[in-house]
Design a protein around this ligand. Structure first.
Ligand code: PLP
Length: 389
């Protein structure tokens, strides 16, 4: 089957977060948007079909969750990630960030340190600070052109009393797909200090050939016991607007607390459209996913080659996965406002400005590669031309 990744869906005036906020956020309604992490690709045909069918029903009442939904998740994770999930471990949550926030609320004390490894997806900070906890930062280090974890510094944070860690795996914005050995080292350290881990694995399916995602909870039964894994089909299949996700928690005590809190907030009901979409994606979306990853890899290769030739001062971190590219622009000598000016006013492109991912992200930009190749080409041409001065 062929898919149409080269064709742009015109999402202007569709209440699109990415396309319809350009004037408000960047001061220009014609700017090329390569920022927030949703794709400009159509979702798999089977997803579109099932949603059309649901919509044609005409009655959008309360819904239940059926076994086939859970089975589609179990089959996918067994097949793609060699992870055997028990049905009762799977708990729906409206979004991954909801799961992160609930875990912070339930498994840390007010004011307590909660660890993240920066730079990282910006809501990691928000869920800590809005729950009135303290961000304990373990900055990632760049070694051999990739992010690595600083275990010595991490241990000092655990010695200082941190009991909760938010892990981003694969990593946004750096695109690292953590090696098994690194994750084992992390898990052992967490076990030694009695630290609970919330592992955000929303990017787990977005991994390029030659790399393998390891679910943190599969490392050992002891590690599974301290882990809440936050997952969703939304990033993989471009469904984020459906607001649906799930967590996997094999530890019954942790799971019961999360379920209770979801119910207290009345976040436990099934969303009418989401289940159909998720089930169709997991059952019939694999071919689409493989084709999409190949297309994004083509965009990545293009971007790396173009930057090397036309903007050698900009140094990208080569990602192992995700559709995000983290660009080191520090040699341009611009502060964050300078970078915004360069993007929004001169180049007329919107990447994400790096400091929102933490102070370690200052001087960096994050580019979204999940769009037709010609948009990547146009955005890079405009950006590199503007960066020349
Ligand atoms: C690491 C990470 N977690 C969570 C999300 C968002 O998930 P949700 O929309 O389910 O909260 C994103 C979206 O970009 C992400 O990159």
């Amino acid at each position: 089957m062929s898919f149409h990744f080269d064709t742009l869906i015109d999402r202007r005036n569709t209440r699109s977060y990415k396309w319809d906020q350009r004037e408000a956020l960047f001061g220009n309604k014609d700017i090329l948007p390569l920022w927030v992490a949703d794709m400009d690709f159509p979702s798999p045909p089977a997803v579109q079909e099932v949603l059309k069918q649901r919509a044609s029903l005409g009655a959008y009442g309360y819904a239940i969750r059926e076994d086939s939904y859970f089975e589609s998740i179990q089959n996918w994770f067994q097949r793609r990630h060699n992870w055997k999930l028990e049905k009762e471990w799977i708990v729906d949550s409206p979004s991954v960030v909801t799961t992160l926030s609930l875990a912070v609320e339930l498994f840390s004390e007010p004011g307590a340190p909660v660890v993240l490894q920066s730079p990282v997806y910006y809501p990691f900070y928000d869920v800590i600070t809005s729950n009135e906890r303290t961000v304990a930062t373990n900055p990632l280090v760049i070694r051999n052109g990739r992010f690595e974890m600083d275990f010595d510094h991490l241990e000092t944070l655990f010695q200082g009393g941190a009991k909760l860690l938010l892990l981003c795996s694969p990593h946004n914005p750096g695109g690292r797909v953590w090696d098994r050995e690194e994750l084992v080292a992390l898990g052992e350290l967490c076990l030694r200090y009695g630290v609970i881990v919330v592992s955000d694995e929303i990017h787990c399916d977005l991994v390029f050939d030659g790399h393998q995602h390891t679910p943190f909870a599969t490392l050992s039964p002891a590690i599974a016991d301290i882990t809440i894994t936050a997952l969703a089909a939304t990033k993989t299949f471009n469904l984020p607007g459906l607001l649906t996700s799930f967590m996997v928690v094999s530890n019954k005590t942790l799971r019961s607390q999360l379920e209770k809190r979801l119910k207290t907030l009345s976040l436990h009901m099934a969303q009418h459209f989401a289940q159909d979409a998720v089930e169709a994606a997991y059952r019939e979306g694999e071919e689409w996913l493989e084709a999409m990853l190949e297309y994004v890899k083509g965009n990545l290769d293009y971007a790396l080659a173009y930057l090397e030739e036309h903007a050698p001062l900009i140094k990208p971190l080569k990602p192992d996965g995700t559709y995000l590219l983290w660009l080191d622009c520090r040699e341009l000598g611009l502060d964050k406002n300078g970078l915004k000016d360069l993007m929004y006013k001169k180049a007329k492109v919107a990447f994400n400005e790096g400091s929102i991912f933490g102070s370690e992200g200052e001087g960096w930009l994050r580019m979204n590669l999940a769009c037709p190749r010609y948009i990547v080409e146009q955005a890079l041409a405009q950006f590199c031309e503007a960066a020349k001065g």
